[in-house]
Ligand binder design. Sequence first.
Ligand code: CP
Ligand code: NVA
Length: 309
Amino acid sequence: MTTATNETEPRHFLDVDDLSEAELLAVLDRADEYKRAVDNGDDHADLSGQTLGMLFQKASTRTRVSFETGMTQLGGHAIFLGEDDIQLGRGEPLKDTSRALSRYVDAVMARVFKHENVEVLAEYSSVPIVNGLTDDAHPCQTLADLLTIREHEDGFEDVSAAWIGDGNNVAQSFALGAALTDMDLTIATPEGYEVDDGVLERARELGGDPTVTTDPVEAATDADVIYTDVWISMGQEDERDVRMNDFEGFQVNADLLENAPDASVMHCLPAHRGEEITDAVIEGDRSVVFDQAENRLHAQKALLSWLLE
Ligand code: CP
Ligand code: NVA
């Protein structure tokens, strides 16, 4: 919580490149420490007395529960603010919501449709704003993904990742994360579903060199990590028929995995089995999807304590 007279600018986390490479690695290291603290039952009430507001315009299982549980474990508190339960749903401007929340809570995590909406929240907030998913970005997911890759691949050096599927929010933040950690990345999407040119440009500015293709086999071949996401994201339900047609051939299945005998399989979840991934692959011994889900908790606790210290 800050008052109108506090002139310290808060740090926001709207996408992965709001952190430098060194800051990102520091957050991942802190996430490792929190993970060990949970495993060992060690007290780590680093955010005692602090409160996180959690604003949701879209559904969530992992994001909501991992942030709320994380704040409890850190000795703080989280408040769920569904859009329709607060005045925002009745038309109160986002900028007023942001300024009012800033007077009560110590940070706000927001899951909204338009990415501009987290930018508005940040512009008017005097406390850190954390992006919990927009149509364009999912940076908290990327933190957990990087933690998971670092655990399974023993670091990032010489890791080759393949993105297979829609080039929207999860893919875009992952592309920035891969660039910051110097991983090789090949992104295979159908035509019309590419990662935005602006995101590719930002990835290159961070030192990445993502390869872009429309061929899933090219991307998957000899990859260490194969990552996919749903073909129909929240808010795109009306496009179902078109998308099911356009994404044909992009399923992560046993045939595709034959091109990458050592690859771990990643998915941010929720998954639509039989669409972007088969049940056999997601349940198979190469799947690390529930490690990713668990790591949301540790990575976000690290991010929050880093933003609030
Ligand atoms: N991966 C992810 O953000 O899951 P939820 O939609 O359940 O929060
Ligand atoms: N691309 C998905 C990610 C969900 C976590 C969506 O936006 O619905």
